[in-house]
Ligand binder design. Structure first.
Ligand SMILES: [Zn+2]
Length: 215
């Protein structure tokens, strides 16, 4: 003879079923969230954009690195004229993903070039060029001239050259990244030759970051 379950046990079973349903929904939501984040990241990077030097068209700059920098990092110094305040240009069209302060600014300015050193990159900008390619521009003099989320064109000015953050002298620290990793910087379709920070190395290149209809 069956007597049916006592009420408490039935309640427990209903509660267990409800809990299982909630857990299943949470699991599905988590899977969807992971897929939305992970799938674009797992996609293989696209072809290298035709990056240009991040400085004015026709100017010759020194590209260099030194021991303890980091493999592939490039420091740019102008070969002529004052470095402070020189326009820093987008290497290629894209979307600004960072425009702010990395580390601390310190106090190095044109008026006080030997002021206290900051930490990290100081005022900096990061641009997403699509296809999982990014460029970074560090040690800018002033708050960037662009804001996060802004679309920029190749050759558009994003800031002015400075010495904020951990910088000895006014220069532009520049990186190209593919996916998770830094890679050798290429300009105008040819490699910079800067692939290691094991020894000091410099090379001169002329910028071809020229925009039709602009000087
Ligand atoms: Zn650097």
């Amino acid at each position: 003879m069956t007597t049916g379950d006592p009420p408490r046990s039935r309640h427990r079973r209903v509660r267990t079923r409800r809990l299982r349903l909630v857990l299943a929904l949470v699991a599905v939501a988590a899977l969807v969230a992971v897929a939305v984040v992970a799938v674009p990241l797992l996609r293989p990077p696209g072809p290298r954009p035709l990056f240009q030097m991040p400085v004015a068209c026709g100017e010759t700059w020194q590209l260099g690195t030194y021991p303890g920098h980091d493999d592939f990092d490039v420091d740019l110094f102008p070969t002529e004229g004052e470095a402070w305040g020189r326009p820093v240009l987008a290497s290629y069209a894209g979307t600004v993903t960072v425009a702010g302060i990395n580390g601390s600014l310190g106090g190095r300015t044109p008026e006080n070039p030997d002021g206290p050193r900051g930490r990290g990159g100081g005022y900096w900008v990061k641009i997403d060029h699509g296809g999982r390619w990014e460029t970074q521009y560090l040690h800018l003099l002033e708050p960037p001239l662009v804001r996060e989320g802004q679309e920029v064109a190749q050759g558009e000015q994003i800031g002015r050259l400075g010495s904020t953050g951990n910088s000895g002298a006014p220069h532009l620290h520049y990186e190209q990244r593919r996916g998770w990793e830094k890679v050798e910087t290429w300009f105008d379709g040819s490699p910079s030759g800067i692939t290691t920070d094991e020894r000091e190395y410099t090379v001169r290149r002329e910028s071809n970051n020229c925009v039709a209809g602009q000087p």
